[in-house]
Design a protein around this ligand. Structure first.
Ligand code: HEM
Ligand code: CA
Ligand code: CA
Length: 301
């Protein structure tokens, strides 16, 4: 039910405005790009890509534990207010999120793609609905199950987690791997020793759990295949990322994207990522007369 260029008649400048808004925030702070990409993912995984993540309120999705570190809301609100001034009531917040995620990847030197649009904004947002978000402690089989529940297969899982080629994580999401991973209090044995030393310095025991470190060692701002090379070298920061290498079912694709084996030609990350994103951004979308077009992205009409 989505189609590219959905706004070509109702708001021809919609995509240009989203792009220029994301671009101006990105120029001031490039770390907004991973924030926006993650925002779209978290939206799509709870009640579909319907802008439910944007609602402000004490029991809203935004307040659920897995969503506390999300960033980039102000960019979406800014784009929306510009759009309301020229095409009132036309462009959904859910579509702005999908377009901003595409633009964020493009600005980070990643691939670009045409985003099918026409999503409608949802009428509910509840923190209690967010409990099924993937966790960095999830095994590969749990990660697979959570993606399969959204119509995303194992190939989509590995491809989409490649989004961790940009952005950061707080120490608290992985510091247990440094200090008390094994029963004898050792570090996760699958972690590369030089990464271990680096992370111990950045995230000291009993230090500030909110301190942020890059997810893709040496390439935290560039959307490239370095993340997959890192995972193959024991340099995955999140346990869930490193598990994609330890599990034989997902290792091949990590290897292929990282350029570590020949033979899987054609599986280029910059070609596969857009396809997987289009699937992600179509999860449980509302269209036609369902939902609404919000006037303000943080509030229901
Ligand atoms: C098994 C699946 C996944 C798990 C367990 C996971 C977990 C996490 C965690 C724990 C963080 C750090 C958050 C923080 O410190 O606030 C993070 C960051 C991030 N995630 Fe994921 N993630 C997954 C899949 C994805 C997918 C599918 C995407 C997008 C397509 C994505 C995009 C990002 C981005 C871009 C960041 C960096 C955010 C920033 O710098 O603000 N992740 N993820
Ligand atoms: Ca949603
Ligand atoms: Ca990178």
């Amino acid at each position: 039910q989505l189609k590219t260029g959905f706004y070509s008649a109702s708001c021809p400048t919609a995509e240009t405005i989203v792009r220029s808004t994301v671009g101006s925030y990105f120029n001031k702070d490039p770390t907004i790009a991973p924030g926006l990409l993650r925002l779209h993912f978290h939206d799509c995984f709870v009640q579909g890509c319907d802008g439910s993540i944007l609602i402000v309120g004490s029991s809203a999705e935004r307040n659920a534990l897995p969503n506390l570190g999300l960033r980039g809301f102000e960019v979406i609100d800014d784009a929306k207010s510009q759009l309301e001034a020229i095409c009132p009531g036309a462009v959904s917040c859910a579509d702005i999120l999908a377009l901003a995620a595409r633009d964020a990847v493009d600005l980070s030197d990643g691939p670009s793609w045409e985003v099918p649009t026409g999503r409608r904004d949802g009428r509910s947002s509840l923190s209690s609905q967010a409990s099924n978000m993937p966790s960095p402690l999830d095994s590969v089989s749990v990660q697979k199950q959570k993606f399969a529940a959204k119509g995303l297969d194992d190939h989509d899982l590995v491809t989409l987690v490649g989004a961790h080629t940009i952005g950061q994580t707080e120490c608290r999401f992985f510091s247990y791997r440094l200090y008390n991973f094994t029963t004898s209090g050792n570090a996760d044995p699958t972690m590369n020793l030089s990464l271990l030393a680096q992370l111990e310095a950045l995230c000291p025991k009993n230090g500030d759990g909110l301190r942020r470190v890059v997810l893709d060692k040496d390439s935290g701002a560039k959307f490239d295949v370095n993340f997959f090379k890192n995972v193959g070298d024991g340099n995955g920061v999140l346990e869930s990322d490193q598990r994609l290498w330890e599990d034989s079912s997902t290792r091949r694709l990590v290897q292929s994207y990282g350029g570590k084996i020949r033979g899987l030609l054609g599986l280029r990350f910059d070609f596969e990522f857009p396809k997987a994103m289009i699937k992600l951004s179509s999860v449980e979308v509302k269209s036609g007369v369902e939902g609404e077009i919000r006037k303000v992205c943080s509030k229901f009409n």
